[in-house]
Design a protein around this ligand. Structure first.
Ligand code: NAD
Ligand code: 0WE
Length: 257
């Protein structure tokens, strides 16, 4: 055990299966000494998340949460309050856009796809953080996962890129509002990782190869490395870091060509 997160209570939002970035981060937070609660999106993934959490002895608090439903969001924080009386760290690792919107051209984005992508992928950070803040009585750290398509055009990332730009800007405004309460809000911008959300994307394996050949470190990132950065951001070592987007991408983001 590292111990950087000893005594801290965390809420992990975004585990679907063992490949989920959220699961890599949850394991790292657990290793560092945190006590964790998990949410799951629906009955389809409940059993998966339950077994994973049980595997690290952290299946005490397992709560349904579709982030488009205010009642479920309210219930999650009510239960965390009842069980632990406080919250120190929160992970946001969720994104969704309708599949069609990630296949064609951005110019064809429908109002419905735009709204869904922004609701699930960006507003959810605000919805979670506004409920977490009152429980973060000794300050806290919120970490959200993002991607480079927010900053530069990545073909086919489309409306998700626009929603990630909103997520990152939301993190900055939340950081400003909550700074006086010692609550920090940061994003980790990860290089491509072979997860469920990535698998459905055509050409994803070419993207992994592209990073391997073009990124300064000539390799892809691991979920352990994302876990290590998320542990740092959650720890008191990062006490003066807020509103930032930190790239964990083998250096890909610095390249101009
Ligand atoms: P994943 O499929 O394992 O996780 C996505 C999660 O989003 C799932 O757990 C799913 O249940 C959840 N989700 C979707 N809609 C939801 C809703 N309405 N309510 C609650 N939860 C909902 O995939 P992942 O790659 O681990 O994605 C996690 C985060 O990492 C996302 O924000 C993604 O954009 C980001 N990210 C992924 C990559 C990558 O290449 N995989 C790179 C950079 C950033
Ligand atoms: O954020 C993501 C993907 C998020 C995502 C994935 C799906 C697949 C299934 C959001 N919505 C959906 N909807 C579905 O129906 N990433 C960072 C991974 C990713 O997705 C891409 C990428 C990368 C990288 C899509 C196009 C181009 C690059």
């Amino acid at each position: 055990m590292g111990g950087e997160l000893n005594g801290k209570v965390g809420l992990v939002v975004g585990v679907a299966n063992k490949r989920s970035i959220a699961w890599g981060i949850a394991q790292a937070w657990h290793q560092a000494g945190a006590t964790l609660a998990f949410t799951y999106q629906g009955e389809r993934v409940k059993e998966n998340v339950k077994q994973l959490a049980a595997g690290i002895g952290q299946d005490n608090l397992l709560l349904p949460c579709d982030v488009t439903k205010d009642e479920e969001l309210d219930q999650v924080f009510k239960e965390v309050e009842q069980q632990y009386g406080k919250l120190d760290i929160l992970l946001h690792a969720i994104a969704f856009a309708p599949k069609d919107a990630l296949e064609g051209e951005f110019v064809d984005t429908t109002r419905e796809a735009f709204n869904v992508a922004h609701d699930v992928s960006a507003y959810s950070l605000v919805a979670l953080t506004q409920r977490a803040a009152p429980l973060m009585k000794d300050g806290g750290s919120v970490v959200a996962m993002t991607y480079y398509g927010s900053e530069k055009v990545v073909p086919h990332y489309n409306v998700m890129g626009v929603a990630k730009a909103s997520l990152e800007a939301s993190a900055r405004y939340l950081a400003y509002d909550l700074g006086p309460k010692k609550i920090r809000v940061n994003c980790i911008s990860a290089g491509p990782v072979n997860t469920l959300a990535a698998r459905g994307i055509s050409g994803f394996s070419n993207m992994l190869k592209h990073y391997e050949s073009q990124a300064p470190l000539k390799r892809n990132v691991t979920s352990d490395e994302l876990g290590a950065t998320a542990t740092f951001l959650a720890s008191d070592g990062a006490a003066a870091i807020t509103g930032q987007t930190i790239y964990v991408d083998s250096g890909y983001q610095i390249m101009g060509m």
